[in-house]
Design a binder for this molecule. Structure first.
Ligand code: GLP
Length: 243
């Protein structure tokens, strides 16, 4: 595991954007695995700036997002479809047909998850997976549990995650309790992985990711088993790592 500690959120975001842009420069038809949440927002903003200044071209890039809420329509302001359009896709030259997110509204969820896995495989697999991390060590929406999903599937969110997510909804009842998420096995199949974390609230999860036992109770700890993972942290998120 490579660990890069940056001074603050802004320099963390810039470093992450440079790594993504570098990947696209090396391979124009890169397949990116993308994450939502507040953490990668700065990275997306920087990538948009780089695109506007002609430093990176997304015309051949394909993307697969990690997750989407179950039964939240794509035009809902809290859906990950909406988030990605607003914060990234509508500002760059990516082709609509190259954008993929799991469809939480699909009539046949099992079929949807199977097709999502097939589409990732047909694209040649994820070249670079961008990850955030939940305060409980979840990755995508792979929550701490007795066992983890290998493939994309429908999962129940933990009470903790529902509480953390409630900040974006007007009432607790509106917060989705289920989501579709790419499974841990598929995430670990990505050729390279970068994980971004910022702020004190993530410090414990980062400590457990780096120094803890590999356990399904901390899904991010499985990243220890991957040969090419880079954590990009700000100082607060890195503050509990012990040598
Ligand atoms: C959600 C997403 C995760 C993300 C996490 C952290 O649970 N499903 O992919 O990593 O939130 O979000 P934030 O970056 O806002 O702390």
């Amino acid at each position: 595991m490579r660990i890069i500690v940056e001074e603050d959120y802004q320099s963390m975001s810039k470093k992450a954007a440079l790594l993504v842009a570098g990947q696209v420069l090396l391979k124009a038809d890169t397949v990116l695995g993308l994450a939502t949440g507040s953490t990668p927002l700065g990275m997306y903003k920087e990538l948009v700036r780089m695109y506007q200044e002609g430093e990176v071209d997304f015309s051949a890039v394909k993307t697969f997002n990690l997750d989407e809420y179950y039964l939240l329509p794509p035009d809902d302001l809290q859906s990950y479809h909406y988030f990605m359009q607003e914060n990234f896709f509508k500002h760059i030259n990516i082709r609509a047909e190259n954008i993929h997110l799991p469809d939480g509204m699909a009539a046949d969820i099992e079929e949807e998850c199977m097709q999502y896995e097939k589409a990732i495989e047909a694209s040649g697999g994820i070249d670079l997976q961008v990850l955030g991390i939940g305060e409980n060590g979840h990755i995508g929406f792979n929550e701490p549990a007795e066992s983890l999903n290998v493939y994309t599937g429908l999962v129940n969110l933990t009470e903790e995650t529902i509480k953390v997510n409630s900040r974006f909804f007007s009432s607790m009842e509106e917060v989705p309790q289920k989501a579709l998420t790419v499974g841990m096995g598929t995430i670990l199949k990505a050729r390279r992985i970068i994980l971004l974390a910022s702020g004190e609230k993530k410090a414990k999860a980062i400590r457990d990711t780096v120094c803890g036992q590999v356990t399904t109770q901390v899904p991010s700890s499985f990243l220890q088993l991957h040969p090419d993972v880079t954590l990009i942290l700000d100082q607060a998120a890195a503050s509990l790592i012990v040598d």
